[in-house]
Design a protein around this ligand. Structure first.
Ligand code: PMV
Length: 316
């Protein structure tokens, strides 16, 4: 019987995180950090799931804890009458709880890998939808943006469950950094806090959400034209809105302010905030100064690039 390896990319949300939960549009891209899942046949019955990153192993007995989203995927396939004993190893280079979509990428890679292992013919849309079921367990009320980008890759404009791929011009002299504060937080809690502020301050928040929508429209044009100066400025405005909905913390602010001070065109929280990561757009020549200026506030700095591919499955 065959072994399967599947991998799915991390993501950064460029514009519209949180606002997307209430139906606003957002722009997201895949980046070159990956979650990989290896699936091999298991001699005995049942299954074993091992997460190298979480240091957890589950064989179907008792509470799966943080591996529960994967159990959800197995249930979906079992519900359709598909199962074969397997051993899955999840090995992700995407830091957990950092806003880079580790849970969605692992869920997408697991779904695509297991489907192939079980011999089920699934479309990308099916993979994204099943991974979304797993995401609901982690996030409570996910917008669906994370599973979509981990499945399809590239640059995506996302709105209310539908998306379109964007053609982006990326001038060579610009680079992207993701600065991970190392402060893990729950996306679910961040989303709940934002929604409760929204309910308390509805009239003000409606205007903030409207501004966020405008930013996405202008950002699409900037990305398509390779207008990185405008893109940076729009990132800075988007960050301001994220501050206003309450997801900034001192560490993310220190990173954003220093990055800008040392020449970044744009810097903003990416993902749920309240910890997590800050993304920085800068000219190549300014990167080292920026990195030096933010080093003391971060756990890890990733030089990343947007990629064009989503989930991939290999069979051995
Ligand atoms: O921080 P992450 O990677 O979990 O991103 C969450 C993005 C939110 O917009 C805050 C939530 C969502 O489901 O879209």
């Amino acid at each position: 019987m065959v072994s399967v390896t599947a991998r799915a990319p991390a993501k950064i949300i460029w514009f519209g995180e949180h606002f997307v939960v209430l139906g606003n549009p957002a722009i997201v891209s895949s980046i070159n950090i990956y979650a990989t899942v290896h699936i091999t046949p298991l001699g005995a019955g049942g299954f074993v799931i091992e997460s190298r990153n979480l240091g957890l192993k589950y064989d179907g007995e008792g509470d799966p804890g943080r591996l529960k989203p994967f159990i959800r995927v197995i249930e979906v396939f079992r519900g359709k009458g598909f199962f074969k004993p397997f051993h899955a190893i999840i090995d992700s280079k995407i830091p957990i709880g950092s806003g880079m979509g580790s849970s969605a990428a692992t869920a997408v890679a697991f779904t695509a890998g297991l489907a192939r292992f079980l011999g089920i013919d699934v479309s990308l849309d099916d993979i994204s939808k099943i991974a979304f079921e797993a995401e609901k367990i982690v996030h409570g009320r996910p917008s669906g943006i994370d599973n979509t980008i981990a499945t399809y890759g590239g640059f995506i404009y996302y709105e209310k469950g539908s998306f379109k791929k964007l053609k982006v011009r990326w001038p060579r002299e610009y680079m992207l950094i993701v600065a991970d504060t190392g402060i893990e937080r729950s996306t679910k809690k961040a989303v709940e806090a934002v929604l409760s502020r929204y309910k308390r301050r509805m009239r003000i928040m409606e205007r903030v959400y409207e501004a966020a929508r405008e930013i996405v429209g202008e950002a699409m044009r900037a990305l398509e034209n390779g207008d990185m100066e405008s893109l940076g400025e729009l990132m800075n405005i988007n960050h301001g809105l994220l501050v206003s909905i309450g997801v900034a913390i001192p560490e993310t602010e220190a990173i954003v302010h220093n990055a800008i001070r040392y020449g970044a065109l744009g810097a903003k929280i990416t993902g749920a905030g309240m910890g997590g990561s800050v993304m920085i757009l800068a000219r190549r020549e300014d990167i080292n100064n920026i990195i030096r200026s933010i080093r003391k506030y971060v756990k890890k700095i990733y030089k990343v690039r947007p990629t064009s591919k989503g989930v991939r499955v290999l069979t051995k």
